[in-house]
Design a protein. Structure first.
Length: 634
């Protein structure tokens, strides 16, 4: 397909299509297909620059803005930078945008929270009434949850204004959590005409980046807003369903759009060499008809598939493959030790396994409600360990007493001015806080590596730092309750298993892991590692990419390269999902594979571990993904 075009100008008309949708006199909505490396941010910046020139004065006069909703803080920062931080453009993550809309609606938020708490309490009470044993672990924890929610209802009347931090744990009595903020904003937009009028008067244009991964309830609310206010409002969605990563986005976004929506498409890939663009086109060809073309001046590039015996030494093989790629590409930076290679693995739990934080990561990753927060660093509870305790311990190990004091002062409510002023014995209290701090830090003396539950118990006993509701439920169990739970653990009731709170169960496992896994987790997610994941690098690009395809390390989660490459038969569940038109693990794996391969700029090595090398090679050729001379068995 790339040979048809002789210039790089094929997408020149797309920016005009988008700009026409912003006409204040005749606003239209659009869904822009923007595949990998298509320059969607460039289009966004160009269109908004022109809009500011022609309509910016009117927007400023009426105090109106263009809202740009992004998926991550990093993406928001990048777009803001490229827009020159122009005040006419309000660039926010979905959580920040939602909070901006509802933050002053205290009375309405109270009603919503009250109704939601009452519903949750009734559900918990019903479950409790059907429990055959009120002394089992699930019933004990459930009773505490009922008490906690009941207490929150009691405190609602004392709240004069709610608080929320998009990057924090939101533990105080007047704070809302991340899920509540999205749910409240979405419901208000969807159901309240006054809120709809407020939104369009403030933001006549709302643009959603990575719309395929934006939470379904918010996307549905924005669709409802657009349908009701289409004559005064333009909704623009930027996305590519092939790059959908998370499960809480809207299914089939971009299909069955209203007839009056514009559907522009950017077909040029500005990032990758010709061979890589050809590969990613072939990976998605059975999914949709979207194809990209490379820039005219792009080199051919290099793609190789190394099919490896699963029983081999992986570190040895991957070093050998890097050496082979150095020879093939004549690029000395394909060097395993001190080169510049980005190694992409299927999912984060493979990194957790390789880097030594699997026991901390795996229980939380299994819970859909916790997964996104775990991956983007906003998970309440874990932040206590990564953002407060880890820096505190690191400062202590360096004997940096100044930093220890600074961290405690910043995060401990015991050192807040209001608390200190209200105390009659301030000097005594300061001494007690200092003692509690060093009692805590003594857990790491002589190279010790305490369990998280040990750390949490000291933090709670001294009220040194705030902890989340779930953590409170676990750590506040009495000795008698713990003994009851332990005595029954060997004969766990089937009812208890079925009714168990999966979030508490997950945290129970995590809190038994050593603190050193927190440091390894933080090192990986702070992007200090040479490993990345198919999900984590969406939107990024690297000159040399090595993709590791290994189901054994993936520990049997919902993805399977063996099935994608035809080396393993479909399960009954896979076949059932296919028959019912539901998404299968193969489709999810194909999307992740597409995202990983499309990160590469110059050269790409895929390392596939399998028990059936011949069949993987045969199918890789049959699918049209690789030529025979691009495949090597190791």
């Amino acid at each position: 397909m790339s040979e048809i075009y002789s210039s790089n100008n094929i997408d020149d008309g797309v920016d005009q299509e988008i700009y026409d949708c912003f006409n204040p006199a005749q606003p239209r909505s659009f869904f822009l297909f923007a595949g990998a490396g298509s320059g969607k941010t460039r289009s966004l910046v160009n269109v908004l620059a022109r809009f500011k020139t022609e309509h910016g004065a009117d927007f400023r006069l009426y105090r109106q803005k263009i809202a740009i909703i992004t998926y991550t803080n990093a993406a928001a920062d990048e777009i803001s930078d490229r827009l020159g931080h122009d005040p006419i453009c309000k660039v926010r993550t979905i959580h920040s945008f939602s909070w901006d809309l509802i933050s002053n609606l205290t009375k309405d938020i109270k009603k919503w929270v009250m109704a939601n708490l009452q519903f949750e309490i009734l559900k918990l009470q019903d479950e409790q009434s059907r429990s055959r044993d009120l002394n089992n672990k699930t019933s004990i924890d459930r009773a505490r949850k009922i008490g906690s929610k009941t207490n929150r209802i009691r405190l609602l009347d004392t709240i004069t204004k709610f608080t929320y931090n998009p990057n924090g744990d939101n533990i105080s009595k007047d704070s809302l959590n991340h899920i509540e903020v999205i749910s409240i904003a979405a419901e208000f937009i969807r159901t309240k005409d006054l809120m709809q009028n407020i939104v369009i008067s403030m933001f006549p244009i709302i643009l959603v980046d990575e719309s395929q991964d934006t939470k379904k309830e918010m996307v549905d609310a924005l669709f409802q807003l657009q349908e009701n206010k289409k004559n005064k409002f333009s909704l623009g969605l930027f996305g590519d369903m092939m790059q959908r990563i998370y499960g809480d986005g809207k299914d089939d976004l971009g299909k069955n759009l209203p007839d009056d929506w514009t559907q522009p498409s950017k077909v040029m890939n500005h990032r990758s060499t010709k061979r890589i663009v050809e590969l990613i086109n072939n990976i998605r060809k059975d999914v949709d008809k979207q194809r990209q073309i490379p820039r005219v001046e792009r080199e051919r590039g290099v793609v190789r598939l190394f099919v490896c015996d699963r029983a081999s030494s992986k570190i040895v093989l991957e070093k050998l493959i890097a050496k082979k790629m150095t020879a093939i590409t004549r690029d000395t930076l394909w060097n395993f030790e001190d080169g510049d290679i980005m190694t992409l693995i299927l999912e984060h739990h493979m990194a957790a396994n390789r880097m030594g934080f699997f026991e901390l990561f795996e229980p939380l990753y299994k819970i859909d409600k916790l997964k996104t927060g775990l991956l983007d660093g906003t998970l309440p509870g874990l932040n206590l360990f990564t953002k407060i305790l880890l820096p505190l311990v690191q400062a202590y190990k360096k004997n940096d007493k100044f930093s220890v004091a600074k961290i405690v002062k910043k995060h401990s409510k015991l050192l807040e001015r209001e608390y200190l002023v209200s105390s009659d014995e301030q000097i005594k209290n300061l001494k007690e806080i200092n003692k509690a701090t060093y009692d805590l830090l003594s857990l790491w003396e002589s190279g010790k590596d305490p369990k998280l539950i040990e750390v949490l118990k000291i933090v709670r006993a001294a009220s040194l730092f705030p902890i989340t509701g779930t953590m409170n439920i676990i750590v506040s169990r009495t000795e008698q309750e713990i003994e009851l739970i332990e005595n029954k653990s060997d004969n766990q009731d089937e009812e208890d298993d079925n009714d168990a709170d999966e979030i508490i169960e997950a945290w129970d496992k995590v809190l038994q892991t050593p603190f050193s896994q927190v440091e390894k987790y933080d090192h990986y997610f702070s992007e200090n590692s040479k490993f990345g994941t198919h999900q984590g690098v969406k939107g990024l690009q690297y000159s040399r990419v090595m993709v590791i395809a290994d189901d054994e390390e993936a520990r049997g989660f919902m993805f399977s390269y063996d099935k994608l490459f035809g080396a393993k038969e479909l399960s009954n569940t896979d076949q059932k999902n296919i028959n019912e038109g539901k998404e299968t693990g193969i489709e999810k794996t194909r999307r992740l594979f597409y995202v990983a391969c499309s990160r590469a700029i110059e050269s790409l090595a895929i390392v596939a571990y399998t028990n059936n090398q011949a069949l993987v090679k045969e199918n890789a050729i049959k699918y049209g993904w690789f030529r025979e001379d691009e495949i090597e068995l190791l």
